[in-house]
Design a protein around this ligand. Structure first.
Ligand SMILES: Nc1ncnc2c1ncn2[C@@H]1O[C@H](COP(=O)(O)OP(=O)(O)OP(=O)(O)O)[C@@H](O)[C@H]1O
Ligand SMILES: [Mg+2]
Length: 250
């Protein structure tokens, strides 16, 4: 949704995080408004995946706060966090499929964990999401039989299977050929618009942000250094932005 105002659903307030001696986030502040699609771009190893993991409460900040839907994730009760997570979908960068479960059972996992739906209903929902990511007829395949791009799309079907309100996409295009990559971008956009999903997309592709993003933040050295619409970025004269968009992974 393109509205400029709106209520924030996710807010990072000066979040800092180190793993041992390695400082990753240094006062990261950002805001995601309800219904918008925010893209996060930044060099490799800078903490983009770590940022997403903070937003779902898998990682706690050393200092600062992460607020999701008015809950401070450092003080939220276990039960409330569980309820909040039911409303979220997460496409993991590495796919994170379980190799000894079929494609269909991998996609079904969030439904088995979070709902009491009957097997036939689960099967139906899984088939529907597999069709959505152009993987009709793959229910019984095993993950080792899949190409990288197919694994990614199975991960995407799993992220969407509960019809979440907030979806985190960590590099949704990796390993996909250009045509499927573009169709996934349009799918992300379409879901966001049709179902008013709030989406956070980590990507290094300008082609992706042009299709999906309402707003983009560029991160480096543990914090946001530029923010704007995709259009503003591609027109930007700011030397850091220009350099970054030319070679986002330097
Ligand atoms: N649980 C952890 N323990 C120790 N170090 C970690 C942990 N998680 C992340 N890191 C480190 O934090 C840094 C940032 O990692 P992160 O995966 O967020 O980078 P990224 O920006 O997503 O990179 P890429 O674009 O390559 O995916 C890396 O140096 C990584 O090794
Ligand atoms: Mg990453």
């Amino acid at each position: 949704m393109k509205d400029g105002g709106g209520q924030s659903i996710i807010r990072f307030e000066e979040v800092s995080k180190a793993f041992g001696p390695k400082v990753v986030l240094r006062g990261m502040s950002l805001e995601v408004k309800r219904g918008e699609t925010l893209a996060i771009m930044g060099p490799s190893g800078i903490g983009k995946s770590v940022t997403l993991r903070h937003a779902v409460g898998l990682v706690q900040p050393d200092s600062g706060r992460v607020i999701v839907d008015d809950h401070d994730l450092s003080t939220i009760s276990r039960e409330d966090l569980r309820e909040l997570r039911k409303r979220m979908g997460y496409l993991f960068q590495e796919g994170a499929l379980i190799n000894w479960l079929s494609v269909g059972e991998n996609v079904a996992l969030p439904l088995r964990e979070n709902t009491d739906l009957a097997d036939e209903v689960i099967r139906e929902k899984v088939e529907e999401k597999l069709a959505l990511v152009q993987l009709r007829g793959t229910y019984d395949l095993m993950p080792p039989e899949l190409s990288g791009g197919m694994r990614k799309r199975v991960g995407l079907a799993r992220a969407l299977v509960t019809d979440p309100e907030i979806v985190f996409y960590d590099e949704p295009n990796t390993g996909l050929d250009p045509e499927i990559s573009m169709s996934i971008n349009h799918l992300i956009r379409d879901l966001a618009e049709r179902l008013q999903i709030t989406s956070i997309v980590v990507t290094h592709l300008v082609s992706c942000i042009l299709v999906v993003a309402d707003r983009v933040v560029l991160v480096d050295q543990g914090r946001v250094f530029a923010e704007g619409t995709p259009d503003e970025f591609i027109r930007s004269q700011d030397e850091r932005v220009v350099r970054f968009l030319a070679k986002p992974y330097d």
